[in-house]
Write a protein that binds this ligand. Structure first.
Ligand SMILES: *Cc1c(COP(=O)(O)O)cnc(C)c1O
Length: 420
């Protein structure tokens, strides 16, 4: 892609952008009399304007129908989860039966580990990335303890090499090979939240399977952000939250994927609840859990409608935009940011982009590492109307998102960066 570091170039890109009208579908935080430049959709996506009407609809159904809403609401609450399958299957690259919504990310990680991690004396190790998101670290550590194993012994972390910030694929593959006699599970974040590095999900999953282990993925930063083909890649299971790139709102219901091989396998152990039971017998109130033969067999409780409705509204936007167009714009927008950052490296501010330069190894996010004065610089960006976040140690994360960010915003960010 040939870029020119000018405002007119940015405006021309925006004019040609097939997704340009989608920005108007979102409420964006204000800075003075204009929209702030919101580069924080990787942390909390902004509110789609459709959300309010969708919430009002559920309130009205509850008000008018009360218990009748289970069957007669516009979206009957009894089958509320069903409506998520088609849009999420398109985003995750899987069959509709392989995906469901329930609970929240960390809870789902625990629930699926209970299905896929059954350590014994021979196979008990879990490979994860060093510097994983803390909630994932705590979940894995406590699961290991729950099974009576020692995290020091059972958790094998793959770290970047000395002097490097990201993890080499060959080091992950080599660790899997080395651990193959004891390996039970490979569990990584699809995109590392700190560096923005996208792992080769397919190759790592394949290697885990060759070693006789399961491969599970935390897709918090990958869902709705990068190309996923979970079914074809034979990923065993995955979990994600819906409040980052999916714009489902703070604490929105989490998502889960299970390969159909497992989704259909009622002998695979899981913790049951009535919402995961066969719908035909759910209300017979009889003994004997009969899980649904799909990912929703892992559901436990009645649909948390008010925790799901905003996501439902937001997924309509994804369906309209289409993943292909969305990812096409995302790659260009982030490449544009990367290009402008490389143009700005002459001034006094010293930073290093630690996210891989290769578009196949990243999503929307670029992480800027500041050896010093990161928080200081972050404060200045905020004062200038740029909403990004700071993560210890030393990183400012910028995530231009294709549904609502523009080429011009990225350019304005670059001008502000030069001034600072
Ligand atoms: C955002 C994020 C979480 C958050 O988990 P919740 O259970 O939704 O609070 C966990 N893991 C990763 C990798 C994340 O990026």
């Amino acid at each position: 892609m040939a870029f020119e570091p000018t405002l007119s170039f940015a405006r021309q890109k925006d004019a040609q952008d097939p997704l340009k009208n989608f920005r108007t579908r979102f409420h964006l935080p204000q800075h003075g009399d204009r929209d702030a430049i919101y580069f924080c959709g990787n942390s909390l996506g902004p509110q789609p304007k459709e959300t309010e009407a969708a919430v009002r609809q559920e309130l009205a159904d509850w008000r008018h129908l009360a218990v009748g809403g289970y069957l007669h609401a516009k979206d009957p609450w009894l089958y509320y989860q069903h409506g998520f399958r088609r849009p999420l299957a398109a985003i995750a690259g899987c069959l509709e039966e392989e995906v469901t919504v329930m609970n929240a990310l960390t809870v789902n990680l625990h629930l699926l580990m209970l299905s896929f991690y059954h350590p014994d004396r021979e196979r008990y190790t879990i490979i994860m990335e060093a510097g994983a998101f803390p909630s994932d670290q705590y979940a894995i550590e406590t699961q290991v303890r729950f099974h009576g194993f020692d995290p020091e012994d059972a958790i094998v972390e793959v770290a970047p090499r000395e002097g490097e910030k990201t993890i080499r694929k060959e080091d992950i593959l080599e660790t899997i090979e080395r651990q193959k006699d004891t390996l039970a599970l490979v569990l990584l974040g699809g995109i590392n939240y700190y560096t923005g590095q996208l792992f080769d999900i397919r190759a790592i999953t394949e290697a885990a399977h060759r070693a006789g282990a399961f491969a599970g993925w935390d897709l918090a930063h990958a869902i709705g952000n990068v190309h996923l083909q979970l079914h074809d890649w034979e990923v065993d299971f995955a979990v994600w939250c819906s409040y980052k790139y999916l714009n489902g709102g703070p604490g929105a219901v989490g998502g889960a994927y299970l390969h159909e091989r497992w989704a259909r396998d009622s002998s695979l152990i899981r913790l049951g609840g009535w919402w995961g039971n066969d719908e035909k017998t759910r209300f017979k109130m009889e003994k004997g859990f009969v899980p649904k033969p799909d990912a929703s067999g892992w559901n436990q409780s009645t649909a948390q409608v008010f925790n799901m409705v905003a996501l439902k509204a937001s997924l309509r936007i994804f369906e309209e935009a289409g993943m292909e167009r969305l990812l096409g714009k995302s790659r260009e927008l982030t490449a544009w940011l990367s290009f402008l950052l490389s143009q700005s490296q002459t001034g006094q501010i010293r930073f290093q982009v630690i996210t891989p330069d290769d578009p196949a190894r990243r999503g929307a996010q670029l992480s800027l590492f500041f050896p010093e004065r990161g928080p200081d610089f972050h404060e200045k960006l905020t004062a200038a109307g740029i909403i990004a976040d700071y993560r210890e140690p030393g990183v400012i994360r910028l995530a231009p998102a294709p549904l609502f960010n523009t080429f011009e915003e990225v350019y304005r960010f670059y001008r502000i960066l030069l001034e600072l």
